[in-house]
Design a protein around this ligand. Structure first.
Ligand SMILES: Cc1cc2nc3c(=O)[nH]c(=O)nc-3n(C[C@H](O)[C@H](O)[C@H](O)COP(=O)(O)OP(=O)(O)OC[C@H]3O[C@@H](n4cnc5c(N)ncnc54)[C@H](O)[C@@H]3O)c2cc1C
Length: 264
């Protein structure tokens, strides 16, 4: 089925090359990369489809693939009545989507001061920008340990991050750099699993540090990136402040950076 035939007349149309449905509410897809598109791992772009009236319907999406990949990967929610994702979830290889090639964002290595450990904390599709950063050799060259803490409601919603982290040490391009630097900490909030509860609670009471055998956050050594729902972002920002970490930006790198995984 071609859901976007009219986009062919748009200069920003890109062809879908792969689609994978992870659950009833989550899917990922890849599109051809515009030759001129340069981005930093962790940034987002505007993508979308044409509405019936011929106008583009665009939403912010983190790029999940690395900056050296020939294609762009996105990891998406399916909101049943969502203006974009109720239609986007039906795309198939060969369809076209709109992609505005103007990447921006704060979840970039440049917005952090040098450190020893990089903590990536995500809920749901907030894992997408971290997928890009985890696939980037610079991330592994810059830190002694890289920790991905991913919280979802149910176990099957963790599959994208679980598959990605399991593959990294065997990746022909960056596997050697990854070595034993990666720590993965998946938790669930509405279904029982090996590690249950909100990641903020595990940081507050120190469980995550004990489980991973890592020291509690310290502004001299730890850097934190957060991409989750509003509640998570607020909780982690408060915890960062409690540990003496200050928020950084592209213009002024510091100890932590935050981005909304979606607008509540
Ligand atoms: C900086 C930024 C980056 C983003 N990156 C991604 C991404 O990589 N993948 C992605 O799926 N979405 C991402 N989003 C959200 C995305 O822009 C859209 O909101 C989403 O695609 C749903 O679009 P929609 O038109 O179907 O529904 P919308 O009208 O946009 O949203 C309807 C409601 O659905 C809920 N919702 C929307 N997105 C999500 C989500 N991702 N997870 C949980 N609940 C959600 C919210 O309650 C929202 O009010 C990002 C948003 C921002 C601000």
């Amino acid at each position: 089925m071609n859901v976007q035939t009219r986009a062919k007349i748009l200069p920003d149309a890109q062809t879908v090359t792969q689609v994978k449905h992870w659950t009833d509410t989550l899917f990922s897809f890849r599109v051809a990369r515009p030759q001129s598109l340069r981005f930093r791992s962790g940034e987002f772009v505007m993508i979308g489809l044409l509405k019936d009236d011929g106008k583009p319907l665009l939403r912010a999406y983190s790029i999940a693939s690395s900056s050296w990949d020939d294609e762009l990967e996105f990891y998406s929610i399916k909101v049943p009545d969502g203006p974009l994702t109720s239609r986007l979830q039906k795309i198939e290889p060969g369809d076209e989507i709109i992609l505005r090639p103007k990447p921006v964002g704060t979840l970039v290595l440049d917005a952090l001061l040098p450190g020893k450990r990089l903590w990536m904390i995500a809920t749901g599709t907030g894992v997408a920008p971290f997928a890009s950063l985890l696939r980037d050799p610079e991330t592994w060259e810059s830190y002694d340990h890289v920790i991905l803490a991913h919280t979802c409601r149910a176990r099957d919603e963790l599959a994208y991050g679980a598959e990605l982290t399991a593959a990294l040490p065997h990746d022909p391009l960056i596997g050697e750099l990854v070595g034993d630097k990666l720590r993965y900490y998946p938790t669930t909030t509405r279904e029982s699993s090996e590690i249950e509860g909100r990641i903020s609670d595990h940081i507050r009471d120190g469980r995550v540090f004990r489980a991973l055998d890592l020291p509690a956050w310290d502004a001299a050594e730890d850097r934190v990136m957060v991409c989750g729902n509003l509640a998570l972002n607020k909780d982690i920002m408060a915890l960062c402040a409690d540990h003496g970490l200050e928020e950084g930006a592209n213009s002024e790198p510091k100890h932590f950076v935050v981005e909304k995984a979606f607008i509540d």
